[in-house]
Structures are given as C-alpha cells and as structure tokens.
Design a binder for this molecule. Sequence first.
Ligand SMILES: [Zn+2]
Length: 203
Amino acid sequence: MKISQKKDVSIFRQFDFSSTVKNAKLTVITGPMFSGKTKSLIQKISKYNSKNKAVLVCQPKIDSRYSQHSILSHDKDTEVEAVSIANPAEILDLFHKANIVAIDEVQFFDNSIIPVVQEVLDAGKSIIVSGLDLDYAAKPFGTMPELMSMADEIEKLNSVCTFCSGRARYSHRITDESEVVVLGEKDKYVPLCRQCYNELKEK
Ligand SMILES: [Zn+2]
C-alpha cells in the first residue's frame, strides 16, 4: 500500500502554526544549595538583557533572605531587580510586556505554578526557572519533578561537599527544625555528597 504524505500534510495546512509558540522553551536550573543556581539564572537574564530582551524576573514572597526587590547569588556577586510574587497567578498579569520570564527559588511556589508556566509557554514566551531539586530530607521538592518533566532544557548543578570536597547532591540541614521550608544559609545548611550524607544519617 502506498501512503500519500501529501494528503496527510494538507490536513495541517488549515492550522496557523505560530513560530513564537513553537520556539518558546522552559529551562530548569536545579541542584542543591550553594551550587550556583541563582548565579546561572542571573547570567542567563544578563545575556537576554544584552540582546535588548525584556525579562520579567520573579521570586516567591517567602524568600526574604536578601531583598524583596532583587535576586542575589549566594556569593553576593551579582544582583538583578525582581518582583516578589505571593501567588503564581500574579505572573499572568505581568508577563505580557516581557519577552522572557525568569523565576528564582521556584520550589517555594505551590502547585498553581504549573498551569501558569504552561500558559506563559503557550503564549509563546520562554521561561527560565531555578530551584532546589531535593529538600533537606533528600525528597523531591514540591513541583520540581513536574517542572523538570515539562522542561525543554535542564541544567543540573552540583555543589562541593563540606566534609570531603566531593560532588555534593544534598542540602543537609544542621539544625533540628523539621519543616520542609526553613529559610537559611550556611548557618543552617551544608552541601554534602552521597557518601557523607549517608554516613551522617546513620549516626
Ligand atoms: Zn563528602
């Protein structure tokens, strides 16, 4: 049997395919604490800015470790202006004027971030998100697994193990707090490799 490709293609001609929507992509930057996720996000934002692209930079309102008006890498090297968002739906009111949307600490948002990301992509805008892949108990963090499965590109970063300088995968909490979200820096968390994490857990 001969299959006519011509006929199949003609079915699709009736649709108006948008190249903007086609090229919109979701990039997820992930890894443990102190792995340079925010720094990588800021570098990507700067790259777009240098090409005269407007980037809407958002962060969850919960993360007030540094500033509510900007995002800053852990080494406090680089800073970018950002809007603090309490509810992901606020992004839908803001993104139309931007070419790209960037979200830092995305793991702190609830499930409603997923349809928002989808809507922005469907509108033909690319999104870059940065967030922790695992929580302090080495469990997948919030919506990160879903975002990673939606992603067109994933940048997975590692940190340096505090004990052995090996490749760190885990953000180990050194306090007794047991809530999933406990904001802190090196006073509360240390990056650990698999072996050091397991050894510490057994103790
Ligand atoms: Zn180690």
